[in-house]
Design a protein. Structure first.
Length: 228
């Protein structure tokens, strides 16, 4: 009887410790993921910012921390988790490749918190956040020119091969014809180019030059389709 009471007390103490550890892990993963998403907001340069994505990073970090607490050293449960995650699919495409990195950043923080390495995720989070902001502040990796998507409409009878090459060489670092499409019931042709503008070149300068060759038809320069 006395052994049974000792076992109950020991089990009760273990449960309390598990609950305390779980609360600390979940709370810490939440705080760190909030810091991560704040850095994401500060460094995001696109025009498709999503509040739900920010919430997703926080939720995934907390959920992963909780899952790691439940799994512990149970190998069978770990394989079961892998099987469960394998059926999950992203329903929306990431607008920026960096979004995927922040997802993994949050998950890694959650894993470390769930395993009880509390100091490691704190140091890891602050170090990586400083690094991310530093790369953002110095604009590291920026192209020398400005990426654009250019669409030019020309008459159906115009021999468009190379007709704009001298203009592109004057105003652009590089250009590539990506699509040719008929429009307006086949009476016109739309040409799409991926271009890299030279420094200091204005859109109007290029459009004025092209307009002299395409019979003053539609010209558009798109900023959003080429990335951020």
């Amino acid at each position: 009887m006395e052994n049974l009471l000792d076992l109950i007390r020991e089990q009760d103490m273990t449960t309390r410790l598990t609950l305390i550890d779980g609360f600390v892990a979940v709370f810490l993963s939440f705080i760190l993921s909030v810091i991560i998403t704040q850095v994401y907001k500060l460094t995001y340069k696109g025009n498709r910012y999503s509040q739900s994505y920010v919430h997703t990073v926080i939720i995934m970090s907390v959920v992963v921390a909780l899952v790691m607490i439940v799994i512990g050293n149970n190998i069978a449960a770990a394989f079961g988790l892998v099987g469960a995650f394998s059926i999950i699919r992203f329903r929306s495409a990431m607008s920026d490749p960096k979004d995927i990195a922040f997802i993994f950043f949050g998950m890694a923080t959650g894993i470390a918190c769930g395993l009880g390495f509390y100091l490691l995720p704190i140091v890891f989070t602050f170090s990586l956040c400083v690094l991310i902001y530093f790369l953002y502040a110095i604009n590291f990796g920026k192209s020398d020119g400005e990426n654009r998507r250019m669409k030019i409409t020309v008459p159906e009878n115009l021999q468009y091969d190379g007709v704009f090459d001298d203009i592109f060489e004057k105003y652009m670092r590089s250009h590539s014809l990506t699509q040719v499409q008929t429009t307006n019931l086949g009476t016109m042709i739309r040409l799409e180019y991926d271009v890299v503008m030279k420094e200091g070149v204005r859109d109007k300068d290029i459009m004025d030059a092209v307009r002299e060759r395409n019979s003053n038809m539609d010209i558009s320069i798109n900023y959003a389709e080429t990335g951020y």
